[in-house]
Design a protein around this ligand. Structure first.
Ligand SMILES: [Zn+2]
Length: 166
């Protein structure tokens, strides 16, 4: 069985692919495969599995990991290892972008993604109105329908997970 990696290059799915043949920087000569190398950089806790290796950039501090010269986002690689899939968009349900626990990752359909993108359309004024409506006892589905957004979004606003500076 072979898996097609991003970019169309294929490689054996089984564990055992040597990592940088004979040139493992911190353990020369020992055959270490990509998967072992990957997990050696993950610190597991009871909930999140935190990536401790390199990150993409200061602005977008997602974990990154190189496989045969190809750069992967760490959470995407972890998701791939557990599901065999590389969906276009993966969302962190735990909101911890360094987390690579596949259980905390959700494959987001393009529809939901567009909806989430729409969140930017809510003005800071709407945010306070949403919180006030909730405080006076309006329920979340009702508020969501008023603003034409998903209920998950209302919930995040109320729970201060988004726009908590407002
Ligand atoms: Zn997590």
């Amino acid at each position: 069985m072979t898996v097609v990696f991003q970019g169309g290059q294929s490689m054996p799915a089984k564990i055992g692919t040597p990592f940088l043949k004979g040139n493992v920087p911190w353990n020369k000569g020992l055959a270490i495969n990509n998967t072992e190398m990957f997990w050696s950089q993950v610190m597991k806790t009871n909930s999140c599995w935190n990536w401790t290796g390199g990150v993409r950039s200061k602005r977008h501090p997602y974990g990154t990991f190189n496989i045969n010269g190809k750069r992967w986002l760490a959470h995407r690689y972890s998701y791939f290892l557990s599901t065999g899939k590389t969906p276009k968009t993966l969302d962190h349900l735990c909101r911890n972008i360094l987390c690579v626990n596949p259980k905390h990752l959700e494959c987001v359909s393009s529809r939901v993604n567009t909806q989430r993108g729409n969140s930017a359309k809510l003005s800071s004024n709407s945010i306070s109105v949403i919180r006030q409506l909730y405080e006076i006892g309006r329920n979340q589905p009702y508020i969501a329908s008023l603003f034409g957004v998903g209920q998950w979004q209302i919930s995040r606003i109320i729970n201060l997970k988004q726009w908590n500076n407002i």
